[in-house]
Every structure is written in structure tokens, then in C-alpha cells.
Write a protein that binds this ligand. Structure first.
Ligand SMILES: Cc1cc2nc3c(=O)[nH]c(=O)nc-3n(C[C@H](O)[C@H](O)[C@H](O)COP(=O)(O)O)c2cc1C
Length: 153
């Protein structure tokens, strides 16, 4: 039974929809009984990271960087998790206004330090909000949950 932690900042309706789509994807009917814990970053901590088999991070791009909320989360979990979570499967989705690369690379840098293992390249969504973003996020959730269930990650 895979356990997935979804931690993403949701400052807007669009970003809340993205988080919900990821959670929906994790709970795909073809995956036996995936347990999903969805948190906003301020409410998530190292115990949540240790609990899960895989983690999906989501952030907006703010000022060319990850959101302050996700940065705070990563700062709080970094040292408590460092020795315990090497190889943790991770996926990242980024919601930018016009860009998103700064948020992507800033998270990637920290995850290199944590030695978490990306299951796929980060999903970067930018420009006008599109229904395709929801499908992509749903697929991301399903990919993580199905891969964990199958023992691929
Ligand atoms: C303070 C602030 C800084 C932002 N900086 C960037 C930025 O550097 N690059 C970018 O692509 N979008 C930037 N944005 C846009 C946010 O990424 C965007 O509002 C967020 O993804 C939510 O998307 P939505 O407006 O579709 O709900 C910024 C937004 C805020 C509030």
C-alpha cells in the first residue's frame, strides 16, 4: 500500500486545483489502496516525510525562486531527514506566471543535497491556466502511486 505525501503551496484557486488533481491521480481506481497525505507546506514536517514512500512537491515561482512556504518546509526537514531519506522518490510540479525555471532549479539544488531521487523531470506549468495542467498533475500523482505500488521506485 503506497503512501504518498503531497506538499504544495496553494495561494490561488488555480494552485489549489493543481494540488487536488495530484491527489486525485494518486487515488486512481486502478491503484489498490494508495494512502495520500496532502499538506500545505506550513503544516508539513519531517515526520510526514519519514511516513511516506514517495513525495510530490509543488510550488509556485515567486521572484524567480521557489515559494517561501516550500523553502521554509525544506529548511525545516533538511537536517532531520538528511541521514534517513536518501533515495526517497520525489516529483515536482511548478506553477509559474510566465516562467517557472527559477523555482525548478532552486528546488532541484536542494533535493540534490537531500539525495532524493526524481521519478521524472519536473513538471513546469506557465502562461494562461489550461485544463491540460490538471491532466498533467493527475498523471503525475498516478505515476508516483502506481510506480510505488509496482516497486519500480
Ligand atoms: C510575489 C509574487 C512573485 C511572483 N514571481 C513570479 C516569477 O518570478 N516568475 C513567474 O513566472 N511567476 C511569478 N509570479 C506568478 C505566480 O507564479 C503565479 O501567480 C502562481 O503560479 C499562481 O498562479 P495563478 O495566478 O494561475 O493562480 C509571482 C507571483 C507573486 C504573487
Amino acid at each position: 500500500m503506497p503512501k504518498v505525501l503531497v506538499v504544495s503551496n496553494c495561494p490561488s484557486d488555480n494552485t489549489t486545483k493543481l494540488q487536488n488533481a495530484v491527489v486525485k491521480g494518486c487515488a486512481h481506481e486502478d491503484i489498490a489502496q494508495c494512502k495520500v497525505r496532502a499538506r500545505i507546506p506550513w503544516d508539513a514536517n519531517a515526520d510526514d516525510v519519514l511516513w511516506c514512500d514517495g513525495i510530490i512537491l509543488g510550488t509556485t515561482e515567486n521572484f524567480g525562486y521557489m515559494s517561501g512556504a516550500i523553502k521554509d518546509f525544506l529548511e525545516r526537514v533538511y537536517y532531520p531527514c538528511l541521514e534517513l531519506t536518501e533515495g526517497k522518490p520525489v516529483a515536482l510540479f511548478v506553477k509559474g506566471g510566465l516562467d517557472g525555471q527559477g523555482a525548478k532549479t532552486s528546488v532541484e539544488r536542494i533535493l540534490v543535497g537531500l539525495k532524493w531521487k526524481f521519478i521524472q523531470p519536473p513538471l513546469v506549468m506557465k502562461g494562461e491556466f489550461q485544463p491540460a495542467f490538471l491532466r498533467q498533475c493527475e498523471t503525475l500523482g498516478t505515476t508516483m502511486a502506481a510506480g510505488l505500488e509496482a516497486g519500480i521506485y
